[in-house]
Write a protein that binds this ligand. Sequence first.
Ligand SMILES: Nc1ncnc2c1ncn2[C@@H]1O[C@H](COP(=O)(O)OP(=O)(O)OP(=O)(O)O)[C@@H](O)[C@H]1O
Ligand SMILES: [Mg+2]
Length: 247
Amino acid sequence: MPIHVITSQKGGVSKTTITMNVAAVAAEILERVSPEAGPVLVVDCDPQRSAAWWAHYVGADRLPFSFAEANSPAELERLRSLTQFSEIFVDTPGSLDDNARAQAALNVADHVIIPVLPEPLTVAPVVRMIEQIIKPLGLPYITVFGRWDSRNGRRKLNETRTALLARGFPVAATVLRNFEITTNASIEGLLATSYPRSSHEAQRDFVDLTREILRDYLPVAEALPAETPGTTISVSALGDMTVRAGE
Ligand SMILES: Nc1ncnc2c1ncn2[C@@H]1O[C@H](COP(=O)(O)OP(=O)(O)OP(=O)(O)O)[C@@H](O)[C@H]1O
Ligand SMILES: [Mg+2]
């Protein structure tokens, strides 16, 4: 029951987008490779309630995961006892500064996912956060580049990526590209698992990122095969896999 906490020093960097879409893809992958595993849970501890609104627009009957709100450090603490869930993804408020809820979420985390915008100016706050807040916790963590606009070229992405790698920070191989369908997904009640066929590129980014995360935390015995391009739900293209339960 790993608890993944999605957090950042800055607001508007894709925390909620990553939480909702990675949880949706994880739910589909787990249902396929490990049907005996419990459901995925998404927890919104941001008073803005962006994830809760998004879940509302998707509709309870279409959500591929369970959903909960956590309003206090005590409620977050309780997540530790929810052993019925296979993976828990916690979306946190905009900024870690003076934020008791985000700190409380980190206190129950097994793994931290840190979204980063591919712009050189974002490096300093990310370095500060990792060195001062994440590393002292001794938790595994991964940085993920989000909202990369490929039309602007790779220069800024590469510079930012190199700066993080040079400090020894883990960086996800998957870069989440900027797609209009992702910008509008919350209000349209869409999750990456329900993107139309025409948006399979946008969907693929979330599938690839989720695979990276599940590879570390499932653990899956074999490498996940590449998905068939153009499938509506890419995870459905996965072959049979053996999961080493209990490892
Ligand atoms: N890959 C993407 N492609 C297009 N739009 C994106 C992508 N990722 C995020 N966005 C958009 O960027 C905006 C910020 O994303 P999001 O709300 O997920 O960030 P956040 O870190 O949760 O923000 P906050 O700190 O306010 O909670 C949203 O409008 C979202 O739709
Ligand atoms: Mg958010």
